[in-house]
Design a binder for this molecule. Structure first.
Ligand SMILES: [Zn+2]
Length: 214
């Protein structure tokens, strides 16, 4: 794999509601397709359909993940694995499009996502959902690993991809954006991710990409 085998997919834009720290601003929702020799590994799946509260409060302008894959020249039928950084509505919403595909998520996150109080529980659990809960760090397929980075949620995880030309890091939402990751106050998870010195760094809600000077 090369760093270009990590392909960002822009799956939605939202407008943050009054109750949100980013109230009134628009923000992107990204997922990532990793072109692995054994098939595609998807990191997050964007926003789902049919939740009136989310539609009203976030006004999502959605894109179907299968369309986004096709536009990037990737076949949805070759998705071998899904990794959810966490189970918020804008990260697992289209898991349902991949019945039967193993989904790697931290065990603590899955327990919270399956709680009866979760308004999008049907986006987490659906016919054909096949979760592979993990505890902590794990290589999920050769060269692709999850790293437990709790903070934003109890079971948040980030993803690293080892390539022939350096390390690619998908932060997820362990940091909100590139600037806060690079220069903001760092909790233990961000400190850990910074210490990886990755060559290319992606975020769930910022289209900016950090690149290490060589
Ligand atoms: Zn998010």
């Amino acid at each position: 794999m090369t760093p270009d085998d990590v392909v960002p997919l822009h799956l939605a834009d939202v407008t943050y509601p009054e109750s949100h720290p980013l109230a009134g601003t628009d923000g992107p929702v990204l997922s990532f397709a990793i072109r692995h020799p054994e098939g595609i590994v998807l990191v997050d799946t964007g926003i789902g359909e049919g939740n009136a509260w989310i539609d009203e409060n976030y006004q999502p302008r959605r894109r179907e993940i299968r369309d986004a894959l096709a536009a990037a020249g990737l076949a949805a039928g070759t998705v071998r694995r899904i990794v959810n950084t966490h189970l918020h509505f804008d990260h697992c919403g289209q898991n349902r499009a991949f019945a039967g595909v193993p989904i790697v998520v931290q065990r603590a996150e899955l327990e919270a996502g399956r709680d009866e109080s979760n308004p999008i529980r049907d986006w987490v659990d659906f016919p054909g959902a096949r979760y592979e809960p993990v505890d902590g760090d794990r290589e999920v397929i050769d060269g692709v690993s999850v790293l437990a980075t709790p903070g934003h949620t109890v079971g948040h995880q980030s993803v690293t991809v080892r390539t022939g030309d350096g390390l690619v890091l998908i932060v997820g939402q362990a940091a909100q954006d590139a600037r806060s990751f690079a220069t903001g106050e760092a909790d233990a998870s961000v400190q850990r991710l910074r210490s990886l010195n990755a060559d290319r760094i992606y975020f769930s809600h910022d289209r900016a990409v950090l690149r290490r000077r060589k």
